[in-house]
Design a protein around this ligand. Structure first.
Ligand code: SAH
Length: 361
């Protein structure tokens, strides 16, 4: 007998409802709706966020455990793990309930452990140098699917699966697949879940969360009013509209001047330093005059430039800038008084940049 093909066909749909999708009030209601006392919501939350080993919820008792199981459905199934840097960098490829593939990366440093999470499966922003941008958008991730990437990494660290002894996730960056500001409400809810103290959430400091965006101005304005203290990263990649229109197509809608205005509005309100992301692409955006123009646009602001050597995507003609060109770019920015660093390129050998592992699958 041949199995009907429909078993393999991914259904693109809404992920099952999970505890991490819900506020504390909603969790209480959900627990009561399943026939348990409201205080069980906190117990269940402690188990999920507080890092007890999977499946061991002995203080709940077998009946409550069974009744409440629907609130902790499996959201992400591990498809593949790839590590480098002696195991301290790990890329996870996950499969969601509908077959959708999602990536996250865990990077352990001596003083912190950072998870790079995806906010969407695929991306609709179509930046030509980005692997995720090439395939288009599949769907938004749910709050639970975003949070679970961090919770799973946190469990690995606690269980001592990552070299360096037991640890915790200290930092989260929204720099995996997707455009966080295009999945606004779920991303903001995920940030709250990640930063609310246990049992409401995972208890990570808001200051240790970075939300990176191509620059959707209305969403940046909304985030400014949100009262969060996360760091905003703006993927600028060019200081002039002519070039940015091609590298970050959404620039045709919200040009450089407008996006910088919105981003600086965020820093004014929050007091958080703006991070400017700038992938240096050989012969495309790395000219000395563009460094000068970038410096001019940023002068006097609470800002930090993060230069990223381009990670060439398969089949692309583009490459990273030569080191002397990179050094000159850095020199000019610093000379103009702009704090500038070059991002380390961890995870390159495991296709750690933006959509490359999912693209291989
Ligand atoms: N959509 C969001 C967040 C995801 S990408 C954003 O664009 O900000 C995280 C960062 O990686 C962005 O700055 C993005 O421009 C950059 N990036 C994407 N592809 C890259 C590549 N091939 N090499 C270097 N940086 C890349």
């Amino acid at each position: 007998m041949t199995l009907p093909l429909v078993f393999d066909a991914p259904r693109r749909g809404t992920p099952p409802r999970h505890l991490a999708d819900l506020t504390t009030d909603e969790r209480r209601e959900a627990v009561e709706a399943l026939g348990e006392k409201g205080f069980r919501a906190d117990q269940l939350s402690r188990h999920y966020f507080g890092g007890h080993a999977d499946g061991q919820m002995t203080d709940l008792g077998p009946t409550a455990r069974d009744r409440l199981a629907p609130l902790l459905p499996t959201l992400l199934t591990s498809v593949r793990q790839v590590t480098c840097d002696e195991g301290t960098t790990r890329k996870d490829l996950w499969r969601a309930h509908d077959g959708t593939l999602i990536e996250s990366v865990l990077m352990r440093y001596p003083d912190r452990s950072t998870v790079c999470v995806s906010s969407q499966a695929g991306c609709g922003m179509a930046c030509p140098f980005c692997a995720t941008g090439q395939a288009g958008l599949t769907r938004n991730l749910s709050t639970g699917e975003i949070v679970d990437q961090v919770v799973r990494a946190d469990r690995s660290l606690r269980n001592g699966e990552v070299p360096g002894g037991p640890g915790r996730v200290s930092n989260v960056v929204f720099m995996g697949m997707g455009e966080p500001m295009a999945n606004y409400s779920r991303v903001v809810a995920a940030v709250r879940r990640l930063t609310d103290p246990v049992p409401a959430g995972l208890g990570i400091s808001q200051r240790n969360v970075v939300v990176s965006t191509v620059g959707l101005v209305p969403a940046i304005d909304k985030l400014t009013a949100e009262g969060l203290n996360v760091t905003l990263a703006l993927s600028l990649h060019a200081p002039d509209d002519e070039l940015r229109d091609t590298l970050v197509p959404v620039n045709t809608r919200w040009p450089v001047a407008e996006v910088l205005k919105a981003a600086f509005g965020y820093t004014r309100t929050t007091g958080r330093r703006l991070s400017i992301e700038y992938a240096l692409i050989r012969g495309v955006n790395d000219q000395p005059y563009r460094a000068d123009l970038l410096a001019k646009r940023l002068r006097g602001k609470l800002v930090h430039v993060n230069l990223i050597p381009l990670n060439p995507t398969p089949g692309s003609a583009w490459d990273a800038s030569p080191k002397p060109v990179e050094r000159e770019f850095v020199r000019r920015l610093r000379e103009a008084g702009i704090a500038t660093t070059v991002r380390d390129t961890r995870g390159r050998e495991i296709a750690g940049a933006c959509g490359q592992l999912a693209a291989q699958e």
